[in-house]
Design a protein around this ligand. Structure first.
Ligand code: NCD
Length: 314
């Protein structure tokens, strides 16, 4: 896969390795901030006349609806199949490749979520239009990582010099895979706080990555606490899931260890790992993070669908 600005030639969004390019990130985040400041009805409509297809073979609330809201706000239109495994021709045995070949004749871009690692790359190989990876199994979730990084930068006003804990399911959680890849280009210290059964795969570790087996030990140092759900659906057995499901729980007692200006993020949905009582803590920023999803996706769609207008390299 071509990386960085060269991906302008093939404007698929498959992996955050494409965004190992600070000038591209700066451009996307500048556009995100601009979109965030303007009321929806005042937005320019760079997607006017464009149709975006959202094809989701796995459940989604935030990703699908924020992409769709972003498209509509930018003047585009949506065609969509949620539960695509049940409601698209996949239920009749159609391959992903055939579905993409057909849908790419109906849409100007396809936002795809699929349970298989590499599904977005397979789709890109047969698509006439850009594919945006909205999660490929336990692989990656690039648009989530972009919104995570935007939120960290927005709230902490910097990235270099930060200490960040990635907590929970680092093996199966695709959001931390994509985020960690983005963080690797900044001077950040990352603690990977995971049950020993589900550590961060080596290929996603940042240069200054350190595994940690307790939250309490690292919390006093952390500027960002990024919690994640244990990915129940990816475990081979219920017993394997039960063995790790309540390993790390962030509640008000645990938060007493954290810095006064730390921020708590979570891609959501949460299960037991983040107690609802924490919502009232001013350091809880996960709903602001989720709200940023729409604006980051507006910037991403503009970059993908309007070469020139949304182009970092002009
Ligand atoms: C995440 C996902 O789908 O990977 N959700 C999301 O898009 N915000 C995280 C998760 O499901 O745990």
């Amino acid at each position: 896969m071509e990386v960085g600005v060269s991906s302008r030639l093939t404007p698929h969004v498959l992996s955050t390795t494409q965004f190992i390019d600070r000038s591209l990130l700066d451009h996307l985040f500048e556009r995100t901030a601009a979109f965030k400041q303007v009321k929806a009805w005042q937005q320019t409509k760079p997607l006017s006349g464009k149709v975006v297809a959202t094809i989701f073979y796995e459940p989604s609330t935030r990703t699908r609806l924020s992409f769709e809201s972003a498209v509509l706000t930018l003047g585009g239109q949506i065609i969509s199949t949620e539960s695509a495994g049940h409601f698209s021709s996949a239920a009749k045995g159609e391959t992903l490749e055939d579905t993409i070949r057909v849908v790419s004749a109906y849409a100007d871009a396809i936002v795809l979520r699929h349970p298989d690692v590499g599904a977005a790359e397979r789709a890109a190989a047969v698509s006439n239009v850009p594919i945006i990876n909205a999660g490929d199994g336990l692989g990656e979730h690039p648009s989530q990582a972009l919104l995570d990084l935007f939120t960290i930068h927005e709230l902490k006003a910097r990235l270099d010099g930060l200490t960040i804990a990635l907590v929970g399911d680092l093996r199966y959680g695709r959001t931390v895979h994509s985020l960690s890849t983005l963080l690797s280009q900044y001077d950040v210290a990352v603690y990977g706080v995971a049950p020993p059964q589900i550590p961060m795969p080596d290929k996603y570790k940042t240069p200054r990555y350190k595994p940690a087996d307790t939250l309490n030990a690292v919390l006093p140092e952390c500027d960002v606490i990024y919690m994640t759900r244990i990915q129940k659906e990816r475990f081979e057995s219920v017993a394997d899931y039960d063995a790790v499901k309540d390993f790390f729980v962030l509640d008000n007692t645990v938060m007493k260890q954290a810095k006064r200006d730390a921020i708590i993020l979570h891609p959501l949905p949460r299960v037991n790992e983040l107690a609802p009582e924490v919502d009232a803590d001013p350091r809880a920023k996960y709903f602001e993070q989720a709200a940023n999803g729409k604006y980051v996706r507006m910037a991403l769609l503009e970059w993908v669908l309007t070469p020139g207008l949304g182009d970092a390299s002009g």
